[in-house]
Design a protein around this ligand. Sequence first.
Ligand SMILES: C[S@@+](CC[C@H](N)C(=O)[O-])C[C@H]1O[C@@H](n2cnc3c(N)ncnc32)[C@H](O)[C@@H]1O
Length: 251
Amino acid sequence: MSTPTASTFEEVTQAVAGVEGWMTPGQARRLWTCSRAVRTGGRIVEIGSFRGRSMIVLASAAAEGVELVAIDPHAGNDRGPQEIDGFAEAAADDFEVFNANLSAAGVADRVRHVRKFSGEALADVPGAIDLLYIDGAHRFGPALDDIKRWSAKIEPGGDLLIHDCFSSIGVTGALVASLFFGSDFRYLGRSESMTHYRKEPLGTGERARNAARQAANLPWFVRNVVIKALILAKLGQVTRVFGHDPETWPH
Ligand SMILES: C[S@@+](CC[C@H](N)C(=O)[O-])C[C@H]1O[C@@H](n2cnc3c(N)ncnc32)[C@H](O)[C@@H]1O
């Protein structure tokens, strides 16, 4: 059994520096902290692993005896920003690179890869989940399906992290339709577009406050949609007025 090459957050930051992906340093820190908090015998599930950038952080932080499951069909859909369909060839490479990256980071034999779409993989993960990270399909329907069906498997007190919130229209719509007014998940905050929820029962007053705290992010969402529209209209330089780097897609 190999051991992770990184045992500190600083080391894992270096380990993933050359791994393609969109996870920011702040988001890596949140993944690291949440993964560290999972008890031995617990289970971490990631939906959407791409080339392993975020899974390397989760697996390097996890205590021995924590099960790690990566669900990704590597089928060529929702590969990255504006890569929604038709990337099967690139995704075949992603699968190879994912395995190579996990091996290089010393975590390949800690992670069970389920090469399926999340909607077809529920039976592959029997039992409860302590930490669920969703970064797979970004369209409204499948994003909502992931949030509803997979978050139902989270243990009380467990954590839910979701990428591309308040930046992707589909994912944000799915949030509004599920977690905004729900009674099961408390909103704890976000690192850029990565939101963090904890499974806890909420009373009526708390639900209203929970919705208001999430809704406070809507101006930032509008800003991100405007930035994306400007980039698509080849007016990226104008995004500087929002303090944005025109070379990057908001995430
Ligand atoms: C944005 S990338 C994930 C990036 C990764 N979390 C990281 O930080 O390195 C999205 C990934 O989701 C996968 N994906 C798309 N639809 C999916 C689905 N329904 N279930 C699981 N994975 C999916 C794609 O194959 C792609 O690799």
